[in-house]
Design a protein around this ligand. Structure first.
Ligand SMILES: NC(=O)c1ccc[n+]([C@@H]2O[C@H](COP(=O)([O-])OP(=O)(O)OC[C@H]3O[C@@H](n4cnc5c(N)ncnc54)[C@H](O)[C@@H]3O)[C@@H](O)[C@H]2O)c1
Ligand SMILES: O=c1ccn([C@@H]2O[C@H](COP(=O)(O)OP(=O)(O)O[C@H]3O[C@H](CO)[C@H](O)[C@H](O)[C@H]3O)[C@@H](O)[C@H]2O)c(=O)[nH]1
Length: 328
């Protein structure tokens, strides 16, 4: 059986491709390379450069390669950009997802897995966020994800397509074998930025708000390692292929770390006591996002890298690799 991975040249998608190949699957990657990299797709997968919303292309790929499942990672993912240019986000993340889902239905695809986000919970405030909470996204990016979740839910009721929506908490780290990592040059994710500061690529680290209602005043997040996250998709894919019901799954470890906790670990692991400055909140950051994880654990998902120091070490190693690659 062959799997189509949209967005497979990106950060999370490229780890997914590695996971699928390691599991013996045939993989076709469809990516427009808008933020992904040709070199991050391993030679064992077939890279097709194109648009996930191109119905003629996707139909042809399904026919030619006997694709039975689609894993849909392709999206624009920058929250402030979605606030500045919402229509670009509704086009890429909603309109093109709609086209892809329509093609999946027309071609009789059995299993569809969609990359969603903890951002759909907005400022829910619960100490552990359950999949059954009402969604309340607070920015256009989060709304595009909710809209696609709803399209899948409604389509599944009307047609034979079954789906898994995976709501990622804060994705971090890099492949322990050094085959992929977060390569986006201006990524704003905390662990990526802190690793860059530790390696001297930026002068200081800015803590964005210390007046939240949390134990140390900084935001708390559930940091999930990217290979563990990819493995969660494999677990969800097996669930669907074995006839399981459509399902929404939180992907996190079920415990949180504050911004200051993360900085402490980055300093310890890197051995660099870099400068940290306190800045005001950036706006739109929920104080706490930590997953309730019983449901995905119930499917048999067993994470291997639930350790912040290991995740940080992987991120540092990948930043060094990127720097060496640039210098070469
Ligand atoms: N990184 C995170 O912390 C995080 C958290 C929650 C959810 N997600 C979701 O996970 C998915 C992957 O995110 P990522 O961090 O790997 O981002 P990324 O930008 O590294 O990857 C996205 C990939 O999709 C491709 N792409 C975008 N639009 C496309 C289109 N119309 N057709 C074909 N390819 C297209 C890009 O070129 C890129 O390779 C996204 O759906 C994102 O919303 C990410
Ligand atoms: O330089 C920085 C960068 C981040 N932070 C803080 O670190 C925390 C985590 O920020 P990230 O940008 O790493 O992640 P977010 O929680 O904002 O969002 C990420 O995780 C979400 C799910 O929880 C969504 O999926 C979203 O797409 C993804 O970017 C926040 O409190 C943020 O204010 C800093 O203090 N300084």
């Amino acid at each position: 059986m062959t799997v189509l991975v949209t967005g497979g040249a990106g950060y999370i998608g490229s780890h997914m491709v590695l996971e699928l190949i390691d599991a013996g699957e045939q993989v076709i990657v469809l990516d427009d390379l808008s933020t992904g990299f040709r070199w991050s797709v391993p030679p064992a997968a077939t890279l097709v450069i194109g648009d996930a919303g191109d119905q003629a292309l996707v139909s042809r790929l399904i026919d030619e390669h006997g694709i039975d499942s689609i894993l849909h990672f392709a999206a624009k993912i920058v929250v402030p950009e979605s606030v500045a240019d919402p229509l670009a986000y509704y086009l890429n993340n909603v309109v093109k997802s709609r086209a892809l889902i329509e093609t999946a239905v027309a071609k009789g695809i059995k299993s569809f897995i969609f990359s969603s986000t903890a951002t759909v919970y907005g400022n829910a405030g619960a100490s552990l966020l359950s999949e059954d909470l009402p969604v309340a996204p607070i920015n256009p990016y989060g709304r595009t994800k909710v809209m696609t979740e709803w399209m899948l839910e409604d389509t599944c009721k009307a047609h034979g397509l079954r789906y898994a929506v995976l709501r990622y908490f804060n994705v971090a780290g890099a492949d322990p074998k050094g085959r992929s990592g977060q390569s986006t040059p201006r990524a704003t994710h905390l662990i990526k930025v802190a690793a860059q500061v530790a390696l001297g690529r930026q002068l200081y680290f800015e803590v964005l708000g210390t007046d939240y209602d949390t134990p140390d005043g900084t935001c708390v997040r559930d940091y999930v390692q990217v290979n563990d996250l990819a493995h969660a998709h494999l677990v969800a894919l097996r669930h669907l292929r074995e006839g399981g019901e459509s399902i929404v799954l939180n992907c996190g470890y079920g415990h949180g770390a504050s911004v200051l906790d993360v900085i402490k670990v980055v300093k310890e692991v890197s051995g660099v006591d870099f400068e940290v400055r306190i800045s005001p909140r950036r706006g739109g950051d929920p104080a706490r996002l930590v997953a309730k994880v019983d449901r995905i654990r119930g499917l048999g998902w067993q994470p291997k890298y639930d350790n912040l120091a290991d995740i940080v070490a992987q991120a540092l190693r990948w930043e060094r690799f990127l720097a060496d690659r640039k210098a070469a």
